[in-house]
Ligand binder design. Structure first.
Ligand SMILES: C[S@@+](CC[C@H](N)C(=O)[O-])C[C@H]1O[C@@H](n2cnc3c(N)ncnc32)[C@H](O)[C@@H]1O
Ligand SMILES: Nc1nc2[nH]cc(C(=O)O)c2c(=O)[nH]1
Ligand code: SF4
Ligand SMILES: [Mg+2]
Length: 216
């Protein structure tokens, strides 16, 4: 779903502000998950992830070298070519890249910047909404958990409820709390999630609604 874009060979130095980013795909759709579910949003999916979730639904994103580096200016041009002004930066693990230039340019262009992150890498960039979905495979950084507007825990088995509570204790008091079934385990886990949220109403259910709608 990568549109025709100029590709640049400028590789960012690790940790330095990235003026070109490995872009797997970008698409205008409806945010399917969490607090902003149902809102139009332009998704920018960056390549590169070493977290290694066994159930990751976008493993094609992991190899950073498999995706062309695209200039920030070109990403912003594509992102602003639609009626909506919400832009989700996801991946892969987007915080493996320094996202300050991208988020500054998006906000200057009038966009809201939203991120989907595991929290495993330091926060870079300026964000209007931060969704942290921590993973057992690579622990989230405390400072990213503290900055989260939304904590989204994937429920793969029963032990994940206790693990969810451990992370809820590390976010701010205003952070929204979501339990989302791992897609392949949803039939088994959904009844447990429903019971858990009824007993622990600080949590809400999040579903991957785009998969039911069959949209990107
Ligand atoms: C593909 S990840 C990319 C962003 C970042 N690496 C992360 O994990 O938050 C986007 C979202 O999809 C969730 N996700 C990935 N695979 C999933 C699955 N099989 N079932 C449910 N949620 C999944 C992640 O937990 C995350 O909230
Ligand atoms: N519609 C839609 N909503 C999403 N919310 C988070 C997603 C992601 O992969 O980061 C995602 C996605 O891939 N599609
Ligand atoms: S951190 Fe995100 S992109 Fe990376 S493997 Fe896990 S779910 Fe997939
Ligand atoms: Mg997805």
């Amino acid at each position: 779903m990568l549109h025709e874009l100029p590709v640049t060979s400028a590789a960012p130095t690790s940790g330095a502000p990235a003026l070109a980013l490995p872009l797997m795909e970008q698409f205008y759709t409806i945010q399917g998950e969490g607090y902003n579910t149902g809102r139009a949003a332009y998704f920018v999916r960056l390549g590169g992830c070493d977290v290694g979730c066994v159930w990751c639904d976008v493993k094609e994103s992991w190899d950073v070298d498999a995706h062309p580096r695209v200039a920030v200016a070109d990403i912003v041009t594509m992102a602003t070519a639609h009626a909506g002004r919400n832009v989700v930066i996801t991946g892969g693990e987007p915080l493996m890249h320094n996202l300050r230039p991208l988020t500054t340019a998006l906000q200057t262009a009038g966009c809201q910047t939203w991120i989907e992150t595991s929290g495993a890498y330091p926060l870079s960039g300026q964000w209007d909404w931060i969704c942290v979905s921590p993973k057992k495979f690579k622990a989230p950084l405390p400072e990213v958990l503290a900055a989260a507007h939304e904590l989204k825990i994937i429920i793969f088995n029963k032990s994940d409820f206790a693990w969810a509570e451990q992370h809820a204790a590390q976010v701010s008091p205003t952070c929204r709390l979501y339990l989302q079934p791992e897609w392949s385990k949803a039939p088994q886990m959904m009844p447990l999630i429903v019971d858990y949220v009824k007993e622990n109403p600080k949590w809400q259910v999040s579903l991957q609604t785009h998969k039911f709608l069959d949209i990107p």
